[in-house]
Write a protein that binds this ligand. Structure first.
Ligand code: FSX
Ligand code: SF4
Ligand code: F3S
Length: 360
């Protein structure tokens, strides 16, 4: 049986090995050196779990679903052990008046100290009547609870920028948290849904350094949204050499060519998807043959549509690859480059894991 790690794993079955691996993957995602991993572990294992209050507004709950289905292993359960989750409508046991009481008791008890996670947009049209919980509008709830938090994490594109609800003509007047709340540090973790590792990295950063990570001018942490997808995509060699999927199911699609011409928005989307990937099977949209639809960008439902048409302002390299053996050779080179990139990422995580095992 594997060694359990103090509080973590006592009730959840998360082993120390799994715990270290999760922290190592988060450290790699944060761009921290291996030397920082023990500090991350110490912060995560600390008895001082920050209270988290998690509100759901206008959304599909995909953000929570993604988190709970995360791995590395079992990131959802790991996160729930690192933080003290006092209120979360999807997974909490109490309901009705009992749930309301636990929310308000926790807010009062932890005033100025808790982390508020918001999932979903906030409708503002008609005084916010399109989203009500316990008889109060999302607008009222956010205005009441938001200023009492130490920091706010807007989880998902809806909470960050309004998301699908804010798509034209935005009938409910949906807005992101940052448009309605000020005076509290707010960080945006967009994605529809966002990658669980980005959430874990943000929480671990906050625990370790007592502040939110540095962000870009849209409030997104640079560790996860500092690079264009196009600049670290495994299909980039195909783009550079002019090898494109012309239509789904064609030769290029079956051979992993670049998806730009069938609508990939990677050249204008900032996210860690090619490196972080999703779930146990290490996939992301482009790796399974679908272009990025730009889900981490504000207003992507409007600005990135139509999803299956190419971006207008991208210059295609003039390489003129055409036929036969030359083409096949370059395909093989491209696939090899992609494989090397994935292998490299896994290798980094493994080496960090090894480092922690050695030090543990
Ligand atoms: Fe939005 Fe999250 Fe997209 Fe859904 O809760 S970011 S619609 S995946 O679930 O808010
Ligand atoms: Fe990758 Fe899309 Fe860029 Fe092609 S256009 S290299 S598929 S991100
Ligand atoms: Fe979203 Fe594009 Fe990543 S659609 S999940 S940002 S590949």
């Amino acid at each position: 049986m594997e060694e359990q790690v103090g509080r973590i794993g006592m009730n959840t079955g998360i082993s120390r090995r799994g715990f270290i691996k999760s922290c190592s993957v988060a450290a790699a995602a944060l761009g921290l050196s291996e030397a920082m991993i023990p500090q991350l572990l110490e912060a995560a294992e600390s008895a001082q779990r920050p209270t988290v209050i998690w509100l759901h507004f206008q959304e599909c709950t995909g953000c929570t679903e993604s988190l709970l289905r995360g791995s590395h292993p079992d990131i959802g359960r790991l996160i729930l052990d690192i933080i003290s989750l006092d209120y979360h409508e999807t997974i909490m046991v109490p309901s009705g008046h009992q749930a309301e009481k636990s929310l308000h008791d926790s807010v009062e008890k932890n005033k100025g100290k808790f982390i508020l996670v918001v999932e979903g947009a906030i409708p503002t049209a008609n005084n916010g009547e399109y989203c009500k919980i316990a008889g109060r509008t999302a607008m009222d709830i956010l205005a009441d609870i938001g200023p009492k938090a130490a920091a706010v994490i807007s989880l998902g594109t809806c909470a960050s920028f309004g998301g699908v609800q804010a798509a034209a003509p935005n009938p409910t007047g949906a807005k992101g948290v940052q448009e309605l709340l000020s005076g509290v540090p707010i960080i945006n973790l967009p994605g529809c849904p966002p990658n669980p590792i980005t959430f874990l990295g943000t929480v671990l950063h906050y625990l370790t350094f007592k502040r939110l990570p540095n962000t870009d001018d849209m409030g997104r942490p640079l560790f996860a949204y500092g690079r264009l997808i196009h600049d670290h995509c495994e299909r980039r060699a195909h783009f550079d050499e002019g090898r494109f999927v012309e239509e789904f199911g064609d030769y290029g699609h079956r051979n992993g060519y670049c998806l730009y011409k069938v609508g990939c928005k990677g050249p204008e989307t900032f996210s860690n998807c090619p490196a972080a990937r999703f779930n146990d099977v290490d996939v992301w949209p482009v790796s399974v043959g679908h272009g990025c639809i730009g889900c981490t960008e504000p207003n992507f439902w409007d600005s990135m549509a139509p999803f299956y048409e190419r971006l207008p302002n991208v210059t295609i390299p003039a390489t003129g690859i055409s036929t036969g053996v030359d083409k096949a050779g370059k395909v093989i080179l491209g696939v090899a480059a992609a494989g090397a990139a994935i292998h490299g990422a896994v290798g980094i995580a493994k080496s960090k894991l090894k480092c922690c095992k050695d030090k543990a």
